[in-house]
Write a protein that binds this ligand. Structure first.
Ligand code: CO
Length: 154
C-alpha cells in the first residue's frame, strides 16, 4: 500500500516538474535575442502570438567589447521607419542609448549594452496591430545594416 502511494506520489511529482519546466521554457510572450562582437543578432525574426498581453524581450550581448565600441540595443519600430529611426538614433548618442528621445516611431527599446551584459524591455501589445509589419534593429551607429530583423505579432 505504501509502495503504491509512493509510486503515485513520484509520478505526480514528475508530472509537476515537467509541467513547470515546460511552462518556463515555452512562454511565447518572453523572447530572447543575442548580439555579438561581429555586429550580428543571432535571430533574423522574432514573433509573439496575439494572445500576449505584454511582451518581454531580453537582449544578451555575448561578446567582450565595451558598449562604446560595440554597443547593442533592441529597438522595435514599424518596418517602414527602420532607416529613419536608425539615423535619428545615431545623432541621439550613447547618453540616450542611441535612441531618439520621445520619438513616437520608437515602439519599444532596451538600453544599449556592452559585452557580457543583459538587458530587457517589457511593453504592452496594445501598441501593436495584429499582423502589422514590424522590425527590430540595433541603433548603434552603423549597426542597423546588419543588425535588424522581422517582428511578427499575431
Ligand atoms: Co549593435
Amino acid at each position: 500500500m505504501s509502495l503504491m502511494r509512493n509510486t503515485i506520489a513520484a509520478a505526480m511529482l514528475g508530472a509537476l516538474a515537467l509541467g513547470t519546466h515546460a511552462h518556463a521554457a515555452a512562454d511565447p510572450c518572453k523572447l530572447e535575442i543575442s548580439g555579438n562582437d561581429l555586429m550580428q543578432f543571432d535571430k533574423s525574426e522574432l514573433s509573439a502570438p496575439a494572445t500576449c498581453k505584454e511582451i518581454t524581450v531580453t537582449l544578451h550581448h555575448t561578446g567582450k567589447l565595451p558598449k562604446e565600441a560595440m554597443g547593442h540595443n533592441w529597438v522595435l519600430v514599424s518596418a517602414a521607419d527602420l532607416v529613419d529611426v536608425a539615423n535619428a538614433g545615431m545623432t541621439a548618442g550613447l547618453p540616450n542609448n542611441y535612441v531618439p528621445p520621445a520619438d513616437k516611431r520608437v515602439l519599444a527599446h532596451t538600453n544599449t549594452i556592452g559585452g557580457g551584459d543583459t538587458t530587457s524591455v517589457t511593453f504592452p501589445t496594445s501598441i501593436l496591430k495584429k499582423g502589422g509589419a514590424y522590425a527590430y534593429l540595433c541603433t548603434f551607429p552603423g549597426h542597423n545594416a546588419l543588425m535588424h530583423g522581422t517582428f511578427k505579432f499575431g
